[in-house]
Design a protein around this ligand. Structure first.
Ligand code: FES
Length: 100
């Protein structure tokens, strides 16, 4: 399926970024959340209670729906730039908590 978002930095140097076990070639220096969306990634995390999928919403650091784990630290993808080499994962991939 074609991504719903267009990339604006088409001339930028591409660097490899590992996301959820897959290597993506993203534009260096671009906003990480925007670059992942343009690459077709729509689910960045799952909520810990219901397991509902979440992706970037505000793109300005307010909603925390873009949380990803970057080299072991949970960060807002919309607040960091694409750089070569980090291992990025979805921070919560477990089953929904049925006890709540
Ligand atoms: S998209 Fe809202 S905090 Fe990143």
């Amino acid at each position: 399926m074609k991504p719903a978002f267009l990339e604006l930095t088409q001339g930028a140097r591409r660097v490899p970024v590992r996301f959820a076990g897959e290597t993506l070639m993203l534009p260096e220096g671009a906003n990480l959340a925007a670059a992942l969306l343009a690459a077709g990634v729509t689910v960045f995390r799952h909520t810990p209670v219901s397991g509902a999928p979440r992706g970037p919403f505000c793109m300005m650091g307010a909603c925390f729906d873009c949380l990803v784990e970057v080299d072991g630290s949970v960060r807002q993808a919309c607040m960091i730039e694409v750089a070569e080499g980090p291992e990025i994962a979805r921070p919560h991939v477990g089953e929904p908590d049925e006890t709540l």
